[in-house]
Write a protein that binds this ligand. Structure first.
Ligand SMILES: [Zn+2]
Length: 281
């Protein structure tokens, strides 16, 4: 539904053609939010679709607060490094690039000029950024990929955990947001006998210490010394030395509240600025 440009449904697949046309014509700065994630192993207790399920919840929440249309154009992302673990479905980077470019081109064809892109899977990042760079000039559209906030107390606490415990994948941080967004898909009982599965050498693990004076240097050496595949880093599929059972829905709710507010503020301020000459037809 859309009346005088005001949407009451936000997923593009749930809008009728006239509703979409009404929004496009009457919303002063129509913005499309594109979210991508992954289908890949997420340790023992989180669903394979954690990143895609999460990004879909997030972009829909933001779309509803900013009168934007949202789309989750594909479930898999770029995850070849997880293929030793069953259940992972990966696209090639070319396929992912094609999905992103074709999605943007379609909306650009209908006259959309502003896009927000959200990526919830680290493995997609290079392809995701290249698609943004290419699409901006090829289709003459504005594309933003905001991330934040980084300066709140909670954000700093989580960054500290990411540095100290490599809390990147299937650890407490992701468990918190999964327990907030889709608790019915989390099997916490599978983590009962959890133990640290990192298989990195002792020398490398000693670099996981943000209190070190040489942390800037050694943290980069740490990342440069990983093997390329998930099994080179972890036995149980979890990139984190911390216990996922420390994750909880309250932390997930607080994290997502901050992220939604930041994104809404970004979109509202961005939309208040006129379209720069470079993007006008
Ligand atoms: Zn994930």
């Amino acid at each position: 539904m859309s009346e005088n440009g005001k949407l009451s449904k936000f997923w593009v697949q749930e809008l009728t053609r006239p509703a979409f046309a009404d929004w496009l014509e009457n919303e002063p700065a129509p913005t499309v939010i594109i979210g991508i994630g992954a289908i890949e192993q997420h340790g023992l207790h989180l669903p394979l679709g954690t990143d895609s399920l999460g990004v879909a919840k997030f972009i829909h929440e933001v779309a509803a607060l900013t009168n934007s249309v949202c789309i989750h154009p594909c479930w898999p992302g770029y995850s070849p490094h997880h293929m030793s673990f069953p259940g992972t479905v990966t696209f090639s980077s070319e396929t992912l690039m094609g999905v992103l470019m074709d999605t943007i081109e379609s909306f650009a064809h209908h006259g959309v000029k502003r896009f927000i892109m959200v990526n919830y899977h680290g493995g997609n990042e290079q392809t995701f950024q290249l698609a943004i760079q290419k699409a901006r000039s090829k289709y003459k559209v504005m594309i933003a990929a905001p991330t934040g906030p980084r300066n709140t107390e909670l954000a700093k606490k989580i960054q500290e955990r990411m540095a100290r415990y490599l809390e990147v994948h299937s650890g407490p941080r992701e468990t918190s947001f999964a327990l907030h967004y889709f608790p019915e898909l989390c099997e916490m009982w599978r983590a009962e006998d959890w133990e640290n599965g990192l298989v990195l050498s002792k020398e490398l693990q000693a670099f996981m210490d943000p209190d070190r004076e040489d942390y800037e240097l050694v943290s980069q050496i740490f990342h440069a010394s990983f093997g390329p595949m998930t099994e080179d880093i972890t036995r149980n599929g979890q990139y984190a030395s911390s216990d996922p059972r420390k994750g909880n829905a309250e932390e997930g709710a607080a994290m997502m509240k901050e992220a939604v507010e930041f994104m809404v503020d970004f979109i509202e301020l961005w939309k208040s600025l006129p379209l720069p000459p470079a993007y006008r037809d």
